[in-house]
Design a protein around this ligand. Sequence first.
Ligand SMILES: [Zn+2]
Length: 462
Amino acid sequence: MIIACGVFLIAAGTLFAEQQRRPPAAPTPPVAKKITAIKAGKLIDPETGTTAVNQIILIEGEKIKEVGPNVQIPAGAQVIDLSKMTVLPGLVDAHTHMAMTYKEQPENNYYYLTYITDSSPLRAIQAAANGMQLLNSGFTVVRDVGNNALYADAALRQAIEQGWLPGPTVIPSGPMIGSTGGQLWPTPEMYKYHNIMYPEYIDANSPDEIQRAVRENMLFGAKTIKLCIDCKPWGYSVDDIKLAIREAAMGGCKVEGHVQTPEGAQRSIDAGIYIIAHGNALTPEHHRQMAQKGIFLTGTDTPFTDYRGSENSFKRTVAQLKDAYDKKVPLTYSTDFDYWNDRMKDEKTGEWLSRGELTINFLQTWKAAGIPAKDILYAMTINGYKASDIISERGPIKPGLYADIIAVPGDPLADIDALRNMQFVMKNGMVYKKDGVMQPAAFFHPGPVRIPSGRWPGRPPG
Ligand SMILES: [Zn+2]
């Protein structure tokens, strides 16, 4: 045995010496990145609400390289002719839930029951389908904030980053963090033994538990933190919220608070939260303070349709949105979409409305609030990127940023409903939709083509 080991060591030493004598291998030449040139008839800059004509957007691999009227198109570049279209950056739904859909049957729209009837894997697959439908309607970024079972949202983000399927850039929160009970009023059996439904919320009742819950979510892939501020009368104090904000910042995350009472809104504002979700409980004074402090609102402004809502609640929603706009609160486009029923059909064709079409239908509320098209577009893009905390890497059509680009035949600055007719969608420089037809094949890949960002430290994505 000793002899055998000795022989092995000598052999290994010889091999090592052999390797030392070999000349260093020539560096592998970098793989040439694909060049794509988009000819844009009109190009909207939502930041300024202006349009430039006859622009060329040059894309190298996943990122924008150059934009302007006289950009040279290199030989061999793929040219995409959108000269009859209006081109603009991709849209953002800043508050939705892709992995939960409560229904009239069998759960009577009671979302507690959806947690029991729909398994987590089923919900994750549904989230993947919802992501593709949202991308098809031009939504290239989605904040997915809770009610995602055990991290279906984070898994979807990874799957999309790894090239397994097309979808928007997902900003996942992981389970909502709340004081005992979360959004539910569970039975003692459910609460104490966590047999069913309890993955939906993390109970955090003390500073230690809040710290642990925030860290746990970031460990498992959250890119934003969602708190239930006042889901219970014993909700979070200003100090609790500040602690969550500090802890989240250590992992590069911002905090959104689910708010349903004026007191909860005030505590969130006093703590300096980044985003307040749901506009219903906010007073004009809250709006004033939010504008002053630059706190984003994900108002989740549900329209009144055949399939959802009532005239009275719609009037209240419109009045709240209008006041927030008038007070200059940083508004985002947000839906809180997490339901389905069999009335969700196109009036003219009788076809099912996709998740993307249902999402774009929220424009109805924004128009009813009398908000000009350019400001609606600003909320759907610039404020969406900022609330998602991604504006330095994706969103605006600028050199160095990821190419998330959409196009429609009409002019959204003149008529925001032009966004309903999405003809072209590009994500990370790859064409997902062209001439109004989805072409997802190029997105699917059997192995991880990209390392998910933030999961394996020290190994950057791309
Ligand atoms: Zn929500």
